[in-house]
Design a binder for this molecule. Structure first.
Ligand SMILES: NC(=O)c1ccc[n+]([C@@H]2O[C@H](COP(=O)([O-])OP(=O)(O)OC[C@H]3O[C@@H](n4cnc5c(N)ncnc54)[C@H](OP(=O)(O)O)[C@@H]3O)[C@@H](O)[C@H]2O)c1
Length: 771
């Protein structure tokens, strides 16, 4: 990619043609994509222009700090280099002023000659009140602030070609024809959130959300269920507000809340500015993409409209898309849009008048959706994305079967994926299950992506409309010949194959390629093998499935079968098998219930005899069932000075043989009467949230640093414990925990089971004992 020098020829310096010479420009949206390109051009090509930037504080960063960061962005690199260090900073301090505030709350200085109003929310699916807050209320507040400052500036109001809404044929560069009352729509959009919040708290809605949260998170404990239910309520509110915006927009003929609010914003501007005798120009770009030439070919800031689709296609994740092959996809490079905006800024209409300009390629140099697809496919054929160990991605060939057929394929795949997800969550933990979960998760992500974008982009990829740009072209033709290359905006100069294959696609894939050359993004992180030496941290281990390949049922059987002759083992096993479905149901719902129900089986056992049995004989079998990797990890922690803690819902007598391995064992204790177990627990078992609560209290009283602590667990019921520490590790995770660990990028370990099967170990042990 070649970069132009920092300064393109300055029109101000060209003889009589002195557009914008010495003017004071107020620029809103200067931190955005179009705004950055506009600011850069004003700085590099209009040396006598002063710019005041409206910047808001964002995510804790004050406006002044944001301005400093902004000036270091790549868009200004050539300009900075052209002026040199020291000089560019001086130029900024002399020519760039900061106005701190946001559209809804701003007071403006006097002496503004031109306003370029580019600030906007550009998301197609914002909640209705948020979209109105910036694109309608924000517009109203800006014009009010200009009036309050006594300004008579020429305002270049940046809108979008798609304000024309869903229609076919040619759209004129003129005021929109509609009778929608923007004030009434604004009032209604502002009021909606209160209604939706109230609806979200209706008992029927809450019951549904809580029920779903219980079935998905019940194993992790009541607080986890409550948190999930509340999160689901908030998501419900957000979805509903998005739906309000989209549905209202579509009911009036706009594809989405973005174009709807931008259209109403235009109407407000006409009324509040041109209607008050001022000069107003409305610039309507189509789909703005990376620059053709300036500041360098391919400059783009973040992912805009086409990029997510291009990347997903290059990754092989878009087998089809519901676009019409012959529909015009109206793309325009950002530098041509900036040139058009600045030419418009220099050519105001009469006071009280409004001038409209379409800036796109669809009329002069149309690119069909099929053309975009073919060029992108050709690019990826020549430069495929890496696919880890599988070599390179082979991109799919689209057949364009039509929107309905793609919708049918999408629905069927969504249904099949949901069935697979539900089935997998009920399967036992194994490496195979994890592989299936990963594949289904990937499929779900791709389908969600396709669903989102096929809904959002329908109006853009199935458009049968063109935007007349004769007024824009006429303005371009007023440029002196020697300024056309640097300041022109005739889209006829775009060579689509060259632009897409040599400029745009390489620019948007550069980031993905650089990310992929390192470690594969999909790789699952592992538990740390080398551990920092510390004395203020602990490593907490769950027992069953994490440290030993055994469980409550198995230990019970060992104890029970050791007490009866071999001839009665069949009967004992059959009795247990009959109760298993009930235990499984309990286990799925609440691990504490399962432990309580199962330990009832010990009622009547003599505590001392049970302890002796485990200490002398069955303890050996338990140790043999310990997972070697778990033992190694416990030792590593000990060597690093960490406290090692075993935490389990099982009863203490059963786990006594493991006491030597850990610094501390926290287990349940059974209630006894006269040395005989009653079948009840002394206290509630330490499961799910109770474990997290125990660790929290323990760390507070002993001064452990939880962010440095480690926790190892295999079940979704361990989630609260794992969430509490800085280093959570899912070991041999059940499907629900595995899915959660992947989402949270937690370490996942498959420590394998012991070389000898459970049955072999137990039978050998018992046989020896009974001999
Ligand atoms: N990109 C396109 O394809 C395209 C196509 C047609 C028309 N347009 C129009 O071009 C203009 C710029 O779009 P863009 O792509 O550059 O968008 P962008 O990258 O998302 O930038 C939006 C800008 O608006 C600012 N902003 C948003 N809400 C604000 C508020 N309440 N107060 C103050 N500033 C606020 C943002 O500031 P923060 O940095 O503080 O968030 C940011 O600077 C918009 O009017 C858009 O409708 C864009």
């Amino acid at each position: 990619m070649t970069r132009e020098g920092g300064g393109s020829s300055a029109p101000e310096a060209q003889g009589k043609y002195r557009p914008l010479a010495g003017v004071h420009v107020l620029l809103t949206g200067g931190t955005g994509f179009l705004g950055q390109a506009t600011l850069e051009k004003l700085l590099s090509a209009y040396p006598t222009v002063r710019v005041s930037l409206l910047i808001r504080e964002r995510r804790g960063a004050p406006a002044a700090h944001r301005l400093e960061t902004l000036m270091l962005k790549p868009v200004f690199q050539s300009w900075r280099e052209h002026l040199g260090d020291g000089e560019w900073q001086r130029a900024v301090s002399e020519r760039v002023g900061l106005i701190e505030g946001h559209l809804g709350d701003v007071s403006l200085p006097g002496g503004i000659d031109v306003v370029i109003h580019a600030a906007s929310t550009v998301s197609f699916d914002r909640p209705i009140d948020e979209a109105f807050a910036t694109n309608v209320s924000g517009v109203v507040a800006l014009y009010q602030a200009l009036a309050d400052a006594g300004a008579d500036a020429h305002v270049v109001h940046v809108s979008t070609a798609y304000v024309a809404g869903m229609r076919k044929g040619v759209v004129a560069e003129a005021a929109l024809e509609h009778t929608v009352d923007w004030r009434a729509e604004l009032a209604s959009a502002r009021a909606v959130r209160a209604d939706v919040e109230r609806d979200s708290r209706r008992p029927e809605t809450l019951r549904k959300l809580s029920g779903r949260a219980r079935s998905e998170h019940g194993k992790a404990g009541p607080q986890s269920v409550a948190a999930a239910a509340e999160q689901a309520r908030q998501e419900w509110v957000a979805r509903r507000l998005v739906d309000y915006g989209r549905t209202r927009a579509q009911s009036l003929g706009w594809p989405d809340v973005y174009t709807f609010t931008k259209a109403l914003g235009e109407r407000a501007a006409e009324e509040l500015w041109a209607g008050q005798g001022h000069r107003l120009s409305v610039v309507r770009p189509a789909i703005v993409e990376s620059s053709l030439r300036h500041p360098y070919p391919g400059w783009i800031d973040g992912f805009k409209m086409a990029e997510p689709l291009i990347i997903a296609y290059g990754q092989g994740n878009l087998p089809e898309f519901p676009g019409i092959p012959d529909s015009v996809i109206d793309i325009i490079p950002v530098d041509l849009v900036v040139n058009a905006m600045l030419a418009v800024a220099a050519a105001p209409p009469e006071p009280g008048g409004t001038a409209y300009f379409h800036v796109g390629s669809g009329t002069r140099n149309p690119l069909a959706f099929r053309g975009l697809y073919e060029n992108v496919r050709e690019y990826f054929r020549r430069h495929p994305l890496p696919a880890g160990e599988r070599g390179h991605v082979r991109v799919p060939s689209w057949r364009f079967p039509g929107g309905q057929q793609v919708e049918f394929m999408l629905r069927s795949s969504e249904r099949a994926t949901s069935v697979a997800e539900r089935a997998l969550l009920r399967m036992p933990s194994s490496q195979r299950t994890q592989e299936w979960m990963t594949a289904v998760h990937r499929q779900r992500t791709n389908l969600d992506f396709l669903r989102r974008y096929s809904d959002l982009y329908e109006a853009y990829t199935q458009a049968q409309v063109t935007y007349d740009d004769s007024r824009t072209l006429a303005l371009h033709r007023t440029l002196p010949d020697d300024l056309v290359t640097d300041h022109g905006f005739d889209p006829a100069v775009i060579d689509w194959p060259a632009y897409i294959q040599e400029i745009h696609a390489p620019a948007v894939t550069a980031l993905v390629r650089s990310q992929r050359t390192g470690s594969s993004r999909s790789a699952v992180p592992h538990a740390p093998a080398s551990l920092p030496e510390r004395h203020d941290v602990a490593a907490v281990f769950d027992l069953e499935g994490t440290v030993v390949a055994s469980n409550l049922v198995e230990s019970y059987l060992w104890a029970r079968l050791s007490a009866v002759p071999r001839s009665r083992w069949g009967g004992e096993l059959a009795g247990l098998a009959r109760s298993l479905p009930r235990y499984l149901r309990d286990e799925r719902r609440d691990r504490g219930d399962f432990i309580r129900a199962f330990l009832r089986r010990y009622a009547g056992a003599n505590e001392a005899e049970l302890a002796e049995l485990f200490d002398d004989v069955l303890g050996q079998a338990l140790l043999q069932r310990a997972l070697p990797e778990a033992i190694r990890q416990v030792r590593r922690h000990r060597a690093a000075g960490h406290q090692t803690i075993l935490i389990t819902g099982a009863i203490d007598v059963l786990v006594r043989p493991l006491e030597a391995l850990f610094d501390q064992v926290v287990a349940s204790h059974m209630h006894t009467r006269n040395g005989v177990l009653t079948g009840h627990l002394q206290q509630p078992p330490l499961v799910d949230e109770a474990r997290a609560a125990w660790l929290q209290q323990y760390s507070a009283s002993t001064g452990l640093d939880l962010t440095g602590c480690y926790a190892y667990g295999d079940s979704y019921s361990d989630r609260p414990l794992l969430e509490l520490v800085g280093h959570p590790v899912a070991v041999n995770p059940d499907p629900a925990l595995y899915a959660h660990a992947r989402r949270r990028r937690w370490a996942v370990e498959n420590w394998g089971t012991h070389a000898r099967g459970a049955a072999d170990t137990m039978i050998d042990t018992l046989a020896v004992r009974q001999r």
